[in-house]
Design a protein around this ligand. Structure first.
Ligand code: S3P
Length: 433
């Protein structure tokens, strides 16, 4: 399918996006190992979360209401999954594979985890090596542990681990394994990454402590089934909020999104670029700070995005690069080499496709330099099968003259199937064909 966007709209209105992807994955996974039932409301219905749910079903977990936003997970109460009858297919989802590896490390049977062509190129060593140190047997292709991954869990011992990269998936996998180890498992991060696992484990009764960049979990831990109302996904809302920020005269409001500081680096960046961003109706939901967020468009200026900001805005860097093409001045993204091992090489993808639209962009090993004030011209571009690239290019298309056609855009269904409809509801001309 192609996504076709016509430029020159001015976005207006209030909108809701579906439930947060990271929290939905975790609600299903934690619910599966908890005792009793876990009710997940406003669960994201999208391919990545369905991959997690199907893997859990293959491991013997009963899940009701799958395919709707209200899902009930019947927890197995500990490391009590059944040996799966076939390979666990994680689809496109790195979160599914890495977090599940943490739990399977404590299951004393053989299992295989695999995924689509993109996932098979993504390194799992950041999870495999610490889990091996805890006692699990893990094999993958090459020293980078590319999937398919073969696992055999064990009786785990706790470790203290220094993560070489800020990765919430790696941190979470070690913490999940730590639930089953006898003693205190400690993870140090180089910079703060999303902390949903920590918050949700505490909500389910695990002893988790956080101090600066260090998280500790005491095992063995028993989780109690609970209920979560998933906040709306700030990473999905980011596409529209970033677009509106760079459009003088635009004004839009994202309703009920998580404003967890580990997720909204992009709001800090928009403000530094000169945008007006207002948080109202701030409240707490499922242990997460939530708010309605209004953005008023204006003339923005380029900024440098680097250091500790990167993990807090990792999934929003493609859309920030898209709007950077039309702001005043230059935007520099550094320290973001992690983008090269996402669903696609997001540095190479954005540099090549923004250039097709007429933008001046330089590629750096760990980021890019985006020159501002470009006059973009609609053309045919490629998503590389990466949902966030497809949506970021659609946003670039809003600033281009004429029509922008994004090929291979079905992938938006990985995280945000309603993306075209929400964009249209804000006044843009969009079509899937
Ligand atoms: C995620 C963590 C991030 C993020 C991904 C979701 C999670 O990945 O990019 O979309 O839910 O833990 P890394 O842990 O690889 O940084």
């Amino acid at each position: 399918m192609r996504l076709i966007v016509r430029g020159r709209a001015k976005l207006k209105g209030a909108f809701s996006v579906p439930g947060d992807k990271s929290i939905s994955h975790r609600a299903l996974l934690l619910g599966a190992i908890a005792e009793g039932e876990t009710l997940v409301e406003n669960c994201l219905v999208a391919e990545d979360v369905l991959s997690t749910a199907h893997c859990l079903q293959n491991l013997g977990v009963k899940i009701e209401g799958l395919g709707t936003t209200s899902v009930k997970v019947h927890g197995v109460g500990g490391a009590n999954f059944y040996r799966p009858s076939s390979h666990l297919d994680c689809g496109n989802s790195g979160t599914t594979m890495r977090l599940l590896m943490g739990i399977l490390a404590a299951h004393q049977f053989e299992s295989w985890l695999t995924g689509d062509a993109s996932l098979q190129k993504r390194p799992m060593e950041r999870v495999a090596i610490p889990l091996q140190r805890m006692g699990a047997k893990i094999e993958g292709r090459t020293e980078r542990f590319l999937p398919p991954i073969k696992m055999h869990g064990a009786k785990l011992r706790p470790i203290e681990w220094v993560l070489p990269v800020a990765s919430a998936q790696a941190k979470s996998a070690i913490l999940l394994a730590g639930l089953f180890a006898n003693g205190t498992t400690i993870v140090h991060e180089p910079a703060p990454s999303r902390d949903h696992t920590e918050r949700m484990l505490q909500a389910l009764g695990a002893k988790v402590t956080v101090r600066d960049l260090t998280v500790a979990v005491i095992g063995p831990a028993k989780l109690r089934g609970s209920s979560f109302v998933v906040p709306n996904d700030p990473s999905s809302a980011a596409f529209f909020l970033c677009a509106a920020a760079a459009m003088p005269g635009a004004e839009i409001t994202a309703l009920g999104i998580s404003v967890n500081p580990t997720r909204i680096g992009y709001i800090d960046i928009l403000q530094r670029m000169g945008a007006t961003v207002i948080l109202h109706n701030e409240r707490s939901q499922a242990g997460e700070p939530v708010a309605d967020v209004t953005v008023r468009g204006g003339k923005l200026k380029g900024v440098t995005i680097a250091g500790e900001l990167i993990p807090r805005t990792i999934d929003e860097l493609p859309v920030l690069a898209a709007i950077a093409t039309v702001v005043d001045g230059t935007t520099i993204v550094r320290d973001a080499q992690e983008l090269r091992v996402k669903e696609s090489d997001r540095i190479a993808a954005m540099v090549s496709e923004l250039r097709k639209l007429g933008a001046q962009v330089d590629e750096l090993p760990d980021g890019m330099v985006v020159y501002g004030n470009n006059k973009l011209k609609g053309t045919e571009v490629e998503s590389y099968g990466d949902h966030r690239i497809a949506m970021a290019l659609a946003i670039a298309g809003l600033f281009a003259e004429g029509e922008t056609v994004i090929h291979n855009a079905d992938c938006v269904a990985i995280s945000f199937p309603q993306f075209p409809q929400v964009l249209a509801s804000l006044g843009a001309e969009v079509e899937m064909a």
